[in-house]
Design a protein around this ligand. Structure first.
Ligand SMILES: [Fe+2]
Ligand SMILES: [Fe+2]
Length: 272
């Protein structure tokens, strides 16, 4: 299978422009006279987008009794400053889901987003809304690979399934780059906030294991650590492709001061 693949380089991957809907949301936000109500009305025009936003905002509260029923509450939960990143990634996720029926990518993104918010709630070192968005965005490079080079994405996915190894490891073997490289290019082109670019770039790096104290590492790396743990929880629960790259999750739990029982409880929520 690998031999039949045309050789591609990172330059062959066309990085999409930020989705139109996100440009329009950005324009609304730039108008200082735009009230929240106008933003809400605009989003409500798109039923699928509204449903996704409500689903994502509600996910961390699933089974806890609290529910978010209105778009205003959802926007407040997610944070106005995150709305452009949110709308952009939802647009890309739903495109991948409808065009190629790769619902795995969507399921994985939403589950990691939920697990990240739940971990952030316990770790109390980053905000829940940023964890939610970082989790949703972390594998954005896979979405672009899927849309741009579907046969290559499929080949990587099949090899991952057969060999039960991490996705990024297989991508590097097959192409010489991985979804973190692609995702980073997307984050720059879309001008996503630097803290999200950091998570997209480093969520499969090894170096973070050297950190032992949350006081000595920066906010962006703490957020990245949350998403790394969330990614492991979700992949272990079977939502997504391949094995987690985390060889020492205990180091991340220690860094974030999250007890094993909390981790197990979150894993149960995600798995069940
Ligand atoms: Fe990843
Ligand atoms: Fe992932």
């Amino acid at each position: 299978m690998e031999k039949m693949l045309r050789k591609i380089s990172l330059d062959d991957i066309e990085i999409p422009n930020i989705p139109d809907i996100a440009v329009r949301v950005l324009a609304l936000l730039e108008d200082e006279y735009c009230p929240l109500k106008r933003l809400e009305e605009f989003i409500l025009e798109d039923q699928a987008l509204t449903a996704y936003i409500l689903r994502i905002a509600n996910a961390p509260f699933y089974k806890s009794g609290k529910s978010i029923n209105t778009l205003t509450d959802a926007i407040m939960t997610i944070g106005m400053h995150n709305i452009v990143a949110l709308v952009s990634v939802i647009s890309l996720i739903s495109q991948a889901a409808t065009e190629g029926q790769d619902t795995d990518l969507m399921r994985h993104a939403i589950a990691v987003s939920t697990a990240s918010a739940l971990l952030a709630r316990h770790a109390k070192v980053v905000t829940e809304d940023e964890a939610l968005i970082a989790g949703l965005l972390h594998d954005i490079g896979k979405l672009v690979l899927f849309a741009n080079a579907p046969s290559h994405y499929k080949a990587a996915k099949e090899k991952v399934k057969k060999e039960k190894r991490p996705f990024a490891e297989i991508e590097n073997e097959l192409f010489g780059f991985d979804h973190c490289d692609i995702g980073c290019m997307v984050a720059r082109k879309w001008r996503l906030p630097g803290l999200y670019e950091n998570t997209i770039r480093h969520h499969h790096d090894e170096e973070i294991k050297n950190f032992t104290d949350s006081q000595t590492i920066g906010y962006d790396d703490l957020l990245c650590s949350i998403v790394r743990l969330a990614d492991k929880v979700v992949l272990d629960a079977g939502a997504g492709s391949g094995k987690s790259t985390e060889k020492n999750p205990q180091a991340l739990l220690d860094l974030l001061k999250i007890g094993e029982s909390v981790y197990i409880e979150i894993a149960k929520k995600i798995g069940g």
